[in-house]
Structures are given as C-alpha cells and as structure tokens.
Ligand binder design. Structure first.
Ligand code: NAD
Ligand code: ZN
Ligand code: ZN
Length: 349
C-alpha cells in the first residue's frame, strides 16, 4: 500500500463518477509525476461521465481517473527522463504517440498510427497527482497561470485550425461558441482576421463571443445564415469556416456561405455520418476541407506559448468557473446545461 490521493473516478459502466481515494501513480521509466494545479472539464469528459454511446465504444477501461486537460508541477521523473525535472511547470498534451510508426517518423506524431489518448485510455487528471509520458508533458513558463495551462490543449486545437484554414486578413465564420469555437474567435482576432462571424444557438454563448472579439454573432434559430453571410460579404461568402459545433445542419449551412475557393476546418464531431452535396458545395467550389485532430507536436504549442507570452489572446472570459475536485458533479452540470463555459477544477481547493 503506497501513498494515497483523492481523485474523481469513473467506477461503473453507467452514468456518474465518485470522489475516491486512489494510489498515487507509480512511474514507468519514461513517465513524469505531476502535482495537478488546475484541470479543465471538456465535452469528452461529459460523454464518459454520462456513459453515452460514444463512451461505451471508446475502449475505456474502468475504474479510471477522469479528466485530460491539465497543468501542474512535476514532483518526480522516471529513470529515463532527461529533459524535465521536479519543479518544472507543465501542461498535458493528450495525444500519446508510439514514436515508431509511419506518421511518427513523418513529423505527424499527433496522428500516430498507434495513438492512445491520455485521460481516455489512461488514468487522467481530475486528481491530486497524475502521471503522463514525458513526451506529453509540455514545459510551460511560470508566466502562464495554471488555469490557463489547463486549457492549452483545447486552445491549441483551435489555434491550429486557424493556422490551417488561414485567417489573417480573411472573412471567417466560426460555427459553435463552446470553448473551442470561442478559442478560435480569440485566436483569429489576434491573428488579424478581417471579419469574424460567430454562430451558436445559445444567447449567452453568442454574448461571450462578442466579448472575445467576434464582429457579428448570429443565432441560426433566428437568422437565415446563408442569406445573412452572403449579404455581409457582397454575395461572395466567407474565405474560411471553422466548424466547432458538431451540428450536421450547421456544417451544411456553412458550405452554403463558404466562398468559392474557400477552406473549411473541421473540429466538431458529428454523432452521425453526414450527407454533403459534393458537386456544388465542394467540387465546383474547390473547397478545401481540413480535418483537425489535436495539435501538432509541438509546433502548435510553440506558437500558442508565444502568443500568450505577448498577451495577444483574450481568453480569460472563456474560463467561467473554478471549482474543487469534490464539486465535480456541479462542474459537470455547469457544462451540460451550458451555464458554464470552460470549468476548471483546482485540487487544492
Ligand atoms: N477535433 C478535435 O481534435 C477535437 C478536440 C476537442 C473537441 N472536439 C469537438 O469539437 C466540438 C466543440 O468542442 P467544445 O468543447 O467547444 O464543445 P461544446 O459542446 O461546448 O460546444 C459546441 C457549441 O456548439 C453550439 N451549437 C449546437 N448546435 C449549433 C448550431 N446548429 N449552430 C451553431 N452552434 C451550435 C452549442 O450550443 C455549443 O455552444 C465538439 O464536437 C467536440 O467533440 C474536437
Ligand atoms: Zn478535451
Ligand atoms: Zn506512432
């Protein structure tokens, strides 16, 4: 029996989770042990918490410590770790690469052929301590507060999408103002987008998008988006669409107001296969469709850290609540109902 810690644990193949005492993880030679300072909830955690169809089929082994977005301080390193030491502040990169496959050898570790996900296929970060392979422990400067460190993972996904579609000097639509969409609004504003049109079906989220820097915030329940966006762009359409809602209808509308030759960055995960009218919407339009799975390791992180160091990103308003580990049920409720946006847990509270 080794030392113990408190953690939010998914114990049963049914909805819910429990605050429980767990062993502090033991390290393999390539791991680091992190004292978690801040850890954020995301939609994936909610899926696992509710144990929906996706979670049931995601090869999750129980019991499991939940959570995957985190930052903290290294307290111990495995025998083979050379470039990190106790006292270093780190944020978690959730994509665990094998380091050997075709993609890993090709500078695409983030889509490794044997990819496993920290906090989905391993124990996670809703805990006082967590272990993670050193390759996934990204050292961050002490100038980045831990609560921001905890959201670098989703911020990076949004930032990378902005880079892939190209936003500077462009007219852009961001579909969905959840944390990822809002991060995309903040990043594209900082990168010099000409026009940012944000869409959501929740008024509070649209309000937040304005605070973050959207020029126009539209609700598809109230406005015909294709007509409105074409009107705003002299009948041409937007240069780029960033899809961060997962809504099939919203994506199809997006293709309707994308300009010929424009780019679509896909982040949102639809729960069903989608129908797309390829002739008019993609082929004759020469639309570039770019799927995004996480961050480039570690080019995306470097850009993100630079932009944070230069205080270019207006992302503080996206973090809506700070809670303790024991308040996890309340925290899940906040993201489920949309009353909260990014909810962060602090294990020291
Ligand atoms: N590709 C990746 O690497 C990656 C990583 C993390 C999350 N995701 C996915 O990205 C998406 C966004 O993540 P999030 O954490 O911001 O989720 P979220 O659920 O908090 O945000 C989605 C937002 O879309 C809005 N929405 C729903 N229907 C809409 C519609 N018709 N038009 C406009 N907005 C609509 C919702 O009200 C909500 O605010 C999710 O689908 C998530 O699964 C992908
Ligand atoms: Zn996440
Ligand atoms: Zn690999």
């Amino acid at each position: 029996m080794g030392p113990k810690m408190m953690a939010v644990v998914k114990q049963k193949r049914a909805p819910g989770a429990r605050l429980a005492e767990m062993d502090i993880p033991r390290l393999n030679p390539d791991d680091v042990l992190v004292k978690v300072k801040a850890t954020a909830l995301c939609g994936t955690d909610l899926h696992i918490y509710e144990w929906n169809r996706w979670a049931r089929n995601a090869a999750i082994k129980l019991p499991q410590v939940m959570g995957h977005e985190f930052s903290g301080e290294i307290v111990e390193v495995g025998k083979a770790v050379v470039d990190l030491k106790p006292g270093d502040n780190v944020a978690g990169e959730t994509h665990i690469p094998c380091g050997k496959c075709y993609q890993c050898q090709n500078g695409q570790q983030h889509i490794c052929g044997n990819l496993t996900l920290y906090g989905v296929h391993t124990n996670g970060s809703f805990a006082e301590y967590t272990k993670i392979p050193a390759i996934c422990a990204r050292k961050i400067p002490s100038s980045i507060p831990f609560k921001i460190g905890a959201v670098l993972e989703p911020l990076g996904t949004a930032l990378r999408t902005c880079l892939e579609v190209g936003v500077s000097g462009k007219h852009l639509a961001v579909i969905g103002c959840g944390p990822i969409g809002l991060f995309a609004v903040a990043v594209s504003r900082a990168m010099g987008a000409a026009t940012i049109i944000a869409t959501d079906v929740v008024p509070e989220r649209l309000q937040l998008s304005k605070e973050i820097g959207a020029d126009v915030s539209l609700n598809p329940m109230e406005t015909d988006l294709v007509e409105a966006v074409l009107n705003m762009t002299h009948g041409i359409g937007v240069d780029a669409v960033i899809e961060a809602s997962g809504s099939v209808d919203a994506l199809n509308q997006g293709f309707g107001y994308l300009r010929k030759g424009g780019a679509v960055g896909l982040i949102g995960l639809p729960s069903t296969p989608i129908k797309l009218n390829l002739g008019p919407n993609v082929i004759f339009k020469e639309a570039r469709i770019i799927g995004i799975h996480g961050r480039k390791m570690f080019a995306t992180w470097i850009t993100m850290e630079t932009m944070l160091a230069k205080e270019l990103l207006n992302i503080d308003p996206i973090i809506s609540h700070l809670k303790s580990l024991s308040q996890f049920e309340e925290a899940f409720d906040l993201i489920k109902t949309g009353k909260g946006c990014k909810v962060v847990l602090d294990p020291a509270l």
